[in-house]
Design a protein around this ligand. Structure first.
Ligand SMILES: NC(=O)c1ccc[n+]([C@@H]2O[C@H](COP(=O)([O-])OP(=O)(O)OC[C@H]3O[C@@H](n4cnc5c(N)ncnc54)[C@H](OP(=O)(O)O)[C@@H]3O)[C@@H](O)[C@H]2O)c1
Length: 249
C-alpha cells in the first residue's frame, strides 16, 4: 500500500493489454481502486478478477474510446460505483506505421480518432468532476515519438503524440489554479501489443527488429505513473520520459 495512491479511484483506458494492463495491476497492488476501460471486455474481466483475488478492487467497463458517449459512460460508471474519480489515465492508443507515400488514409483517421480525439473525450468526461472537486490528476500517455519524429513511417503517429503533449500542457496551464495535476508520460520502446497495429509488412519487420533490440517491460511505465500519482497534491510531475537504456533514438 502507498500513501497518496491508496484509496484513489483511477480510471484507465486501454487497460486490456500492455502499459494499461500493467499499470492497472501495479496501482491495484499499491491500494488504488481501478476502473478499467477497453473494447475487449473478456480480458478486462479477467484482469479485474485477478485484482480482486489479490485483495484489490476493480471494475471492468467496455468502452470504445473513439465514441464520446462511451467514454462518458466510463466516467459515469466510476462515479456511480465509487463516488469519485481521482486520476484519469488516457492510455488507449494505436501505432500503425507506414510511409506517408502509401496513403493509408484510413489508418491516419483511426490514429487521429483514438490517439487525439479519444484523449480529448477522456478529458471532457472527467474534467467536470474534477473541477467540482477542485482536485484531480489527468495523465496522458504520449511517446518519445511525440518529441522526436520518426520518418518515413511514423509521421502521423508522431503527430498524434505531439498533439497529446500540447493538449496536456494546455490543460495544465488552464486548470492549475483548479488544483488539477497533469502528467505527460513519454515512453520509448516497451513490450506490448502496440506493434501489432502495423499492417505494412516492411514497416512491421523494421518495428519488430527495434522492439527485439530495445523493448523494456510494461511495468517500467507502470512504476513511472505510480511515481507521478504518489507525489503530494502540491507537487505536479509534468512529464516523464522513459527510454530503454540501450535505445539510441
Ligand atoms: N509500447 C510502446 O513502445 C509505447 C511507446 C510509447 C507510447 N506508447 C503508448 O502507450 C499506450 C498503450 O499502448 P501499449 O503499448 O500498451 O499497446 P497495446 O498493448 O496495444 O495496448 C493498447 C490498448 O488500447 C486499447 N484500445 C485500442 N483501441 C481502442 C479503442 N478504440 N477504444 C478503447 N481502447 C482501445 C486496447 O484494448 P482493446 O483492443 O481491448 O480495446 C489496449 O488495451 C498507447 O497510447 C501507445 O501509443 C506505447
Amino acid at each position: 500500500m502507498s500513501k497518496n495512491i491508496e484509496r484513489k479511484v483511477v480510471v484507465i483506458t486501454g487497460a486490456s493489454s500492455g502499459l494499461g494492463e500493467s499499470t492497472a495491476r501495479h496501482l491495484a497492488t499499491r491500494g488504488a481502486t481501478m476502473v478499467l476501460g477497453a473494447r475487449r471486455k473478456d480480458r478486462l474481466d479477467l484482469i479485474a478478477k485477478d485484482i480482486r483475488a489479490n485483495g484489490g478492487d476493480a471494475l471492468a467497463v467496455e468502452v470504445d474510446a473513439t465514441k464520446r458517449t462511451q467514454v462518458e459512460n466510463l466516467a459515469k460508471a466510476a462515479i456511480d460505483t465509487y463516488g469519485k474519480i481521482d486520476v484519469w489515465v488516457n492510455n488507449a492508443g494505436i501505432m500503425p506505421i507506414a510511409p506517408l507515400a502509401q496513403l493509408r488514409v484510413d489508418e491516419w483517421d483511426r490514429m487521429i480518432d483514438l490517439n487525439i480525439k479519444g484523449v480529448l473525450y477522456g478529458i471532457a468526461a472527467t474534467l467536470p468532476y474534477m473541477l467540482k472537486e477542485n482536485d484531480g490528476h489527468i495523465i496522458n500517455i504520449a511517446s518519445i515519438f511525440g518529441i522526436k519524429v520518426f520518418a518515413p513511417g511514423g509521421t502521423v503517429y508522431c503527430a498524434t503524440k505531439a498533439a497529446v503533449r500540447s493538449l496536456t500542457e494546455g490543460l495544465r496551464m488552464e486548470f492549475h489554479a483548479n488544483k488539477i495535476r497533469t502528467t505527460i508520460i513519454s515512453p520509448g520502446a516497451v513490450n506490448s501489443e502496440l506493434k501489432e497495429s502495423t499492417s505494412d509488412e516492411a514497416s512491421s519487420k523494421a518495428v519488430d527488429q527495434l522492439y527485439k533490440a530495445w523493448a523494456i517491460p510494461a511495468d517500467s511505465i507502470a512504476r513511472a505513473i505510480a511515481y507521478a500519482i504518489e507525489q503530494p497534491s502540491d507537487v505536479d510531475i509534468n512529464e516523464i520520459v522513459v527510454r530503454p537504456t540501450v535505445q539510441d533514438f
